[in-house]
Ligand binder design. Structure first.
Ligand SMILES: Cc1cc2nc3c(=O)[nH]c(=O)nc-3n(C[C@H](O)[C@H](O)[C@H](O)COP(=O)(O)OP(=O)(O)OC[C@H]3O[C@@H](n4cnc5c(N)ncnc54)[C@H](O)[C@@H]3O)c2cc1C
Length: 413
């Protein structure tokens, strides 16, 4: 540690996550003269990369148009617009390919290493940092930071055995959503948008969903207040999940937090089929089946719906045949199919990706350089910023982009 303290560091990066590594590598590769240090409080770096995407690491998304890409960010999209013109998924793919890691695209646009192992990504980042001459210190955490204006920063850090000080000319905070770091950032004079969870599933206790855990619908439309999303929906033990729900949770993260995760979810199980259209199809189906003895519950009028789900949405018809149901019942069925109301009673965890929204206020950061507009020589990258994306590789992409931009700016003496 005496060695670390005795060096006057040019660049110190707090956080050995994807944003910190990308910045450190970029900076050291551009300017090998610089002394670049990454400090990581955990015993190993890149912890989230290793557990990401169910152990496969959803590195980025096959979306190469910055204007479209920003629509996947409930917070931070407009700030990222320019940033993505400088470094976007295409650049991420090239960056990894240049270092021997090939990515593949899945049907829904998510991109993973061809090895299907997040260790491939972590190993590549660690190896690249080593090659570029970046010093990485694990098991060491930033405790306090003091700005010395044009002379840089004095850092108080601690490892298992002792506390010591470091001097650095430039400082990059890439410590994710750590609450202590937020307090330090506030102490430096920056404003923070308070953190709340994003990307979660909805807890719903409703007879219509009972026993349907594992049943999915390919394209449902889900609404909550003024928010609407369409996509796959999965029924779980606790309620609902799947891309449509996760996207709704991300866009509604702040509102739902304020409402203590209680709200009404409106589900159109038929995607974009309107109530009137559903009514028409149901009436036609009834006319065809009028003289048969087919039970409504056993004879779905919409083939795209799983039979078990249809049966439960038609619960109120009981054992009736198609020929015996009333006009009012047909209307009710159309309503259940296209605008079913479900009460959200809490939030569940989406195990493949946890994300927090909130962080450093974006108007206090220059997105060309990721430099603070408040404190000289201070930079930010990654989840420490008030940026978050929906699930699909967008969160890593914002870390790659902001890390790369910060690293580029940090390299200039
Ligand atoms: C289970 C899970 C799965 C995920 N899967 C995906 C996915 O497949 N695709 C995707 O795009 N996104 C995924 N994400 C989100 C993604 O991991 C984050 O967006 C990304 O890791 C943010 O990178 P970062 O470098 O900003 O922060 P982090 O990865 O959080 O890294 C910050 C680092 O800073 C360290 N640190 C904190 N405080 C201090 C301190 N005081 N001193 C020193 N070090 C400190 C932390 O220990 C940490 O290692 C997933 C997240 C989780 C939790």
């Amino acid at each position: 540690m005496a060695k670390l303290s005795s060096i006057q560091w040019d660049v110190t990066i707090i956080g050995g996550g994807p944003a910190g590594f990308f910045a450190g590598i970029r900076c050291a590769e551009l300017n090998p003269e610089l002394k670049v240090l990454i400090i990581e409080k955990a015993q190993q770096t890149l912890g989230k990369v290793l557990i990401s995407g169910g152990g496969r690491c959803n590195v980025t998304h096959a979306c190469f148009d910055p204007a479209q890409l920003i629509t996947y960010y409930p917070r931070g999209g407009s700030a990222l617009r320019g940033a993505f013109t400088r470094f976007q998924p295409e650049d991420t793919i090239r960056w990894f390919e240049k270092r021997g890691v090939r990515l593949k695209t899945e049907g829904d646009g998510r991109m993973f290493p061809v090895t299907n192992s997040s260790a491939t990504i972590a190993d590549c980042l660690r190896e690249s940092a080593k090659k570029a001459g970046v010093t990485v210190q694990t098991g060491t955490s930033l405790q306090k930071v003091e700005s010395l204006s044009e002379n840089g920063f004095r850092l108080e850090v601690r490892n298992e055995v002792q506390e010591f000080h470091l001097q650095t000319k430039k400082l990059l905070l890439a410590a994710g959503s750590d609450p202590k770091i937020r307090d330090m950032i506030k102490s430096l004079g920056h404003a923070i948008e308070e953190p709340v969870p994003s990307l979660f599933t909805f807890n719903i206790s409703d007879k219509r969903l009972e026993g349907l855990s594992g049943v999915s619908v390919e394209s449902a439309t889900v609404k909550m207040d003024s928010l609407t999303q369409r996509g796959p929906l999965l029924i779980t033990h606790w309620g609902v999940s799947g891309p449509a729900i996760l996207r709704l949770s991300a866009w509604g993260a702040r509102t739902l937090f304020e409402k203590k995760y209680r709200a009404v979810l409106i589900v159109n199980w038929l995607g974009d089929t309107s109530f009137d259209k559903a009514l028409e199809v149901l009436q036609r189906h009834k006319d065809w089946q009028e003289n048969t003895r087919k039970k409504v519950s056993a004879d779905p009028a919409f083939t795209q719906l799983p039979a078990r789900l249809w049966k439960q949405l038609a619960y109120f018809v009981g054992e009736k045949n198609w020929g015996d149901i009333s006009k009012a019942e047909i209307r009710k069925l159309a309503e259940e199919l296209t605008m079913g109301n479900f009460e959200i009673i809490g939030k569940g965890q989406f195990k493949e990706e946890f994300v927090t929204c909130g962080g450093v206020r974006l108007d206090e950061v220059n997105f060309k350089t990721m430099q603070s507009r408040v404190v000289e020589n201070l930079f930010f990258a990654g989840e420490v910023l008030d940026i978050d994306g929906v699930t699909g590789g967008f969160n890593f992409q914002s870390s790659w982009t902001t890390g790369w931009l910060a690293g580029t700016a940090l390299a200039s003496a």
